[in-house]
Write a protein that binds this ligand. Sequence first.
Ligand code: FMN
Length: 354
Amino acid sequence: MKVKVAECAALFWSGGQPVWDDALGHRQLALTPASEGLLRTFATWRELDDAGLGPEQRSIAARLIDAGVLLEWGSPAHENEVQVLTGWQPWGAAARQYHLASRTLATTVYLDDADSDAELEARAAYAPPPPPFKTYPEAPAVALATGPPASDDWEHGDLVDALHHRRSVREFAPSAVDLGRLTALLQLGGGIVERRADSLYGTVAFKASPSAGARDPIEIYAIVRNVVGVDPGLYHFSPGTNALEKVGELPSDDAQAAALGGQGWLAAAPVVLVYSAVIARTQWRYPSGRAYRDVLIGFGHVSQTVLVTAAAMGLGATVVTAVSDEDLETMFGLDRTGEPVLGVTAVGVPAPRR
Ligand SMILES: Cc1cc2nc3c(=O)[nH]c(=O)nc-3n(C[C@H](O)[C@H](O)[C@H](O)COP(=O)(O)O)c2cc1C
């Protein structure tokens, strides 16, 4: 019988011990030094009988085969692995591992509402939930109009019309963006549209876009280059105070271009919204790695709300993820672990169609 180490897994160290993380089966097994040694012996396909194993090693190998850490050539588990490895090959081991490890199985059990509430209350007793949004109280602020934006003079104010007209726009006129329009984008993109009292959180702030557990992790920043009545600079949108808080000056053109992934047309946009995620908000409510998917999905919802609102107003916009997350995090002083950047949206007055 030929055997080999299974590849749809990761080996990591925890508390001084190597751990076998089987992403396919959602199991984590601590490895003894003897098992670890056998993984090297069977790094590639090898006849079990020709590997020179003593009786004890032979019995460990049998246990590793039972546990699926070693695969038998031609077994259903081997065939399954070939299929998975082939499908995920272009994206590499990290994407495959995360997808498989965070994919729910037929055996996955969800807590019912009562158990979930009890668990959250117990958690809140020793670690209160993080604040629902950020603010920079020391930053000079531009107060924004409050209340739902009036859409009477929007070019495509009807929802179906707006959805039909939403196209990515990458060419902008040299005109400034009106502050009222930017305010509408921010209010619908990240502003509070309803507050509800809640026994656990005190108040829950609801947004125009849905978010897992209403923990909306998304923060919106802006590179403001040309907006009527707003100094060019780097800003944070504060939903709690409904203001644009100035958190920095515009970096050099070269630094902006590098942070925006070298996409030249982005440098010509009067405003670039930058989205980050405060991971702790979602992590507190859902302490399972699967919730990272919810964070990314949340970015998609917010981004779409901004894009459709821009289309409704007759503004041009494009969401972009091919940017330098690291440069943007540095530019806005964000903690790359706690508040990573997820993408940006360029906004401007569309250039007349050629
Ligand atoms: C997640 C995501 C990432 C994107 N990243 C980029 C990008 O880096 N650069 C770009 O020019 N467009 C980007 N786009 C815009 C797409 O190219 C665009 O949506 C697509 O071509 C369809 O055109 P439409 O938006 O006009 O319907 C992105 C869109 C999405 C949803």
